[in-house]
Write a new protein. Structure first.
Length: 145
């Protein structure tokens, strides 16, 4: 049984459906579109031949994938890049210690939460600046007054 144009169409739409079901990174999308294009060409130009159809399918698929990778939209820059990295949003901010830092570790109340801080031993009431973040710990340094 020869491969007809509608076989290519079914293959193309099946690949598009597979793309919706699997997290493949759009590969099945472009291969499916290539199969649909070959099906359309098979409808318009009957008797292309199986070898020509497979060559066209491969060529269209490869060109579509390469074009997509070249022209795909770049990731956008967020207005709030530290939105989901809360500790990093405190970098550079200055706070007054409510509790002392003892043995390099202390606590700092920031907005509506309490953070573990690390830095040089300092008494309560000293102003500190957040200089780094290590996991859920803020690294602070005393600022000269």
């Amino acid at each position: 049984m020869p491969i007809e144009y509608w076989h290519w169409m079914i293959l193309g739409f099946a690949l598009l459906a597979l793309e919706m079901l699997l997290p493949t990174g759009f590969i099945f999308l472009w291969v499916g579109i290539g199969a649909i294009v070959v099906g359309a060409l098979g409808f318009l130009i009957p008797g292309l031949g199986l070898g020509v159809e497979f060559a066209l399918w491969g060529g269209f698929s490869v060109c579509a994938v390469l074009a997509w990778r070249h022209f795909k939209p770049m990731s956008f820059e967020s207005e709030r890049p530290t939105l989901n990295r809360r500790g990093h949003s405190y970098l550079g901010r200055v706070f007054t210690l409510a509790e002392p830092i003892v043995d390099g570790v202390g606590k700092l109340r920031v907005d509506d939460s309490q953070w573990r801080i690390m830095g040089a031993d300092l008494p309560a009431g000293v102003r500190v600046q957040v200089t780094d973040v290590q996991g859920a710990t803020l690294i602070v340094e005393r600022i000269a007054e």
